[in-house]
Design a protein around this ligand. Structure first.
Ligand code: UD1
Length: 426
């Protein structure tokens, strides 16, 4: 059982390089099933969700070669299997992307109901609605989703909710369908645009990604490609908040500042100084921050994946901040842990009220999900004394070398392995 042990109170300073975007990578890797030639992917983050995706492809017969730490060659021409191994698919939410890609490639797919972070009810009704609208039938039995189609035919699909996953699966299922598919009320996240660019580089005909109407004209053939994945705006945002929370001065390198705007503007609002450059942002912290209200929304609103980290920052702000979660039902699972560190937070449904305190103190805490883990790291870095963070496998699903990168910025953080029955001496 690994833990992060943080001796808090050190100001972060220096430069940190951001890895490729997790949410783009976990869509693009299954998308290689659609390519009729090899794909070389650059800037692939070295995280556990990517490892699982690559293992799934290998189990199904793909040839996967690591060319260097962040470059991977994937050739899927020998895949014949249309069933994703159950235990692997259960371990990550984004395994549902195999539904759309296998359906297009083989007219059949069988994948377990997705796992991943427990953020409350996470139905896949909009995914299934898309497959059905395009001409497929589905059934859910024994925990498996099975989809079949004789033929996929272009159509018009209106999403009842803005959903990243269903927008991406609709793109997969329509990219080789007969005729034109129009997706309305589509998600606009940067990784939707990145996926569209990747598919277009294979020969797809997708227009409008990044707006709420995406038009996909089905093509007969998709080739191979060389493609570089965009930087991870949530990893970048996490380091920006960590820099602010520790009153540090950090340059976050290798980013697309436009993708960070919702985060940058909120940080500026509470009093953080941010300089934007072509592919980096410099974050200069202050002694204490102002209170604010915040509501998470689909892009370009404030991202739900940054809500826990921002809450950690606001625990130390002056006054009362109100934080409303607009996407998921259960995204406050870090609150009890922050309270153990001295934070004053109350939660009522989807609203958290944070009364700023003067200081946090280190404590043993447990991670419930990926971004909750990031929030606990930020709290630990800014707290007095030692914070021991358990269940860090959630963090390693989505952050590459988090402890190494933080040490590079002067943080006192180490990863330790403990037998589960021995408690850390604090
Ligand atoms: C993706 C991201 C995740 C991010 C989330 C919201 C990936 C791999 N994960 O998750 O990091 O937090 O977007 O930005 O990219 N919904 C339905 N029916 C559906 C699908 C979704 O009701 O069929 C609801 C969800 O329960 C949620 C909302 O729509 O309330 C948004 O979900 P969605 O955008 O689909 O999230 P994910 O794709 O799972």
């Amino acid at each position: 059982m690994d833990k992060f042990i943080i001796n808090g109170g050190k100001k972060l300073h220096g430069r940190v390089n951001i890895s490729g975007a997790k949410n783009a990578a976990v869509a693009i890797i299954p998308a290689t099933i659609l390519a009729e030639g090899p794909c070389i992917l650059e800037n692939v983050p070295n995280i556990n969700d990517v490892t699982i995706d690559l293992q799934i492809l290998q189990e199904m017969g793909a040839d996967v070669k690591l060319l260097d730490k962040s470059t991977i060659r994937i050739d899927t021409k020998h895949i014949r299997d249309t069933v994703v191994p159950y235990e692997m698919a259960r371990r990550m939410r984004a395994s549902y992307y195999f539904l759309g890609t296998l359906l297009t490639k083989f007219n059949h797919a069988k994948v377990s109901m997705p796992g991943g972070c427990d953020l409350g009810d996470r139905p896949i009704d909009q995914h299934l609605k898309c497959f059905k609208s395009l001409g497929a039938d589905y059934s859910i039995e024994h925990g498996l989703v099975e989809i079949n189609a004789d033929k996929l035919i272009g159509t018009q699909i209106y999403f009842d909710k803005v959903t990243v996953g269903a927008t991406i699966n609709a793109m997969f299922a329509s990219v080789k369908a007969d005729g034109l598919t129009i997706l309305e009320n589509a998600a606009k996240e940067p990784h939707i645009v990145d996926l569209a660019n990747f598919l277009n580089s294979l020969g797809a005909d997708i227009m409008g990604a990044g707006t709420d109407v995406i038009k996909i004209r089905g093509v007969r053939k998709l080739g191979g490609t060389n493609y570089t994945i965009i930087p991870d705006q949530i990893e970048a945002g996490t380091f920006m908040v960590a820099a602010a929370a520790t009153k540090g001065d950090v340059t976050v390198n290798g980013v697309i500042p436009k993708h960070l705007e919702p985060i940058t503007s909120k940080l500026r609002k509470v009093g953080v100084t941010i300089e934007e450059h072509d592919d980096s942002v410099r974050v200069i912290g202050a002694e204490r921050y102002e209170r604010t209200n915040l509501k998470t929304m689909p892009h370009p609103g404030f991202p739900t994946d940054m809500q826990p980290q921002f809450a950690a920052l606001l625990t130390l702000a002056k006054g009362t901040s109100i934080l409303t979660e607009g996407i998921f039902d259960n995204r406050f699972r870090y609150v009890d842990e922050l309270r153990r560190m001295g934070a004053d937070i109350s939660v009522d449904g989807k609203v958290a009220v944070i009364e700023g305190v003067e200081r946090l103190t280190g404590a043993p805490v447990k991670v419930a999900d990926l971004r909750a883990g990031a929030a606990l790291i930020i709290a630990g870095l800014s707290a007095d004394g030692i914070t021991a963070i358990e269940e860090i496998q959630h963090i390693e699903r989505g952050y590459e070398d988090m402890d190494v990168k933080l040490r590079g910025l002067g943080a006192d953080i180490v990863k330790r392995r403990y037998p589960s029955d021995i408690k850390v001496a604090l």
